[in-house]
Design a protein around this ligand. Sequence first.
Ligand code: MCA
Ligand code: AMP
Length: 525
Amino acid sequence: MAILSPYNRFAPMAQHNLFAALRAAFPKDLDSTAVETESGLRYSWRDLDRATAMVANLLSSLDLPAGSRIAAHTEKSVEAMVLYLATLRAGYVYLPLNTAYQSAEVEYFIGNAEPAVVVCASRNFGWVSKIAFKAGTQYVFTLDEDRTGSLLERAAMQSDVHAVAQSQANDLAAIVYTSGTTGRSKGAMLSHGNLLSNAKVLKTYWGWKKGDVLIHALPIFHVHGLFVGIHGALLNGSKMVWLSKFDPKTVLAHMAHATVFMGVPTLYVRLLAEPGLTREATRNMRLFIAGSAPLLLETFKEWTARTGHTILERYGMSETVMLTSNPYTADARYQQQSERRGATVGFPLPGVELRVAGHDDVALPVGEIGGIQVRGPNVFAGYWRMPEKTAEEFTADGFFKTGDMGQVDARGYVHIVGRSKDLIISGGYNVYPAEIESYINDMPGVAESALVGVPHPDFGEVGVALVIAKPGAQVQAATIVATLKKQLANFKTPKHCELVPELPRNAMGKVQKNLLRAQYQSLFV
Ligand code: MCA
Ligand code: AMP
């Protein structure tokens, strides 16, 4: 029989809940501004505290089993962020879904994650609730951009005081779906410990300081806007200028009273197209951070020439949050230099072990190209209900195989040189060729298809579909594109589709996508 020590009996359990850490960083003056929107709405820290308490109390009142998933298919709004924070606060697991996803995509995610609660826009309630109830979801609430919907109506009846749920570092905080190279999407399970450890490292590494103001212009369905942006500002008690959609002119207009901006490369390209982007306009800014896709060296250089600021590029994944970063300042503890170098993603973050490995999972010498593998407190626990897939992606000594190819140079900077996974990153969104090809292949008259990524001046990379028709079939490229638009998230639609008599193949019969990429690489540039 276990004997309970009288000392342990009264020892308080350590609190690892991410929300508790964010809440502890709120400034003393709870009436100061935490969030300001483009339409002039102002939310104080007290508002955030009360609103997250009310939504957390609503979730707690539903008597959901521990570990229940709360899925959100809602447009970006401060209330949508509140839902995320309230889910953490109540100790449940947040499941963000891009609102571009259409019914087949949502059906898969909801069927796979089996959320107890789904929150969606009221205009989508009909089809989303049908999918959700079929999958066993108990509650479907609505939430719209104009602060209406059943979620807020129900939360308004709740107390605005809530004791943050007690969480262990390994308890799940979120599941983020990332598409599979083959087969279906996988839900990356991120714990409170994964997210908080990364947020704390970034707070120091990027020199967050008192008075910082973040321009938040990214969507909150994915890691960049949801975790890197929101945690960064909240853990520093920093105000956010909250933009529901990226618009370069609006971002520029806010730079005079902000200090930090985060964006995918497309956002930088679009800002550079604005004549108003000058040294004067960016005078108050402290830091420009880029990531989610490769930032072209020419964008990096042009930015410095126009603004006098050097973009800090970093690298991350849904499975790991942030992995590497160019330096904000030199850090002697890590023998780092202070130079932010374009076309590199900087150094592994403190606590992250990174190696470039060959097929035997052994680190290669400096300068050699191999697979990037990582280990650290930020690395996820595994894929939701996919133990075999999880096992495949980890090495025997516990490193996660990122699927990115890279090299580490003599100065320690990490360079990403390509991907071993068949993935197109378009404007910061991931497009998995296998998924699009399977939809095209299912269309009448189609024998086979191949989707490849080619350079694009705005989105960095876009998909081009090459399709072979069945003998005698009348297939139109425009019909394929129009059909895909109805079936999949709009950013997945190929930007060009062409019928071809054959596809280049190697001796094994495999389509040689590298040849197709070379053939179509000048299509848009
Ligand atoms: C919109 N369109 C796109 C994309 N976005 N096409 C390809 N790729 C895209 N990313 C198309 C639409 O399908 C539509 O086409 C037309 O452009 C206009 O759509 P709209 O929604 O108005 O576009 P937009 O508002 O101009 O959006 C562009 C955008 C957006 C602002 C660059 O894509 C965006 O916010 N991207 C950021 C994604 C992000 O946050 N990624 C981080 C993932 P049509 O008219 O034909 O229908 S996290 C991550 O990667 C890791 C962890 C990391 O390291 O951060
Ligand atoms: P996601 O699955 O959305 O988390 O996307 C992660 C992938 O985005 C990584 O595996 C990389 O391929 C890519 N990525 C993120 N940041 C960068 C970067 N700075 N440069 C190049 N690729 C990046």
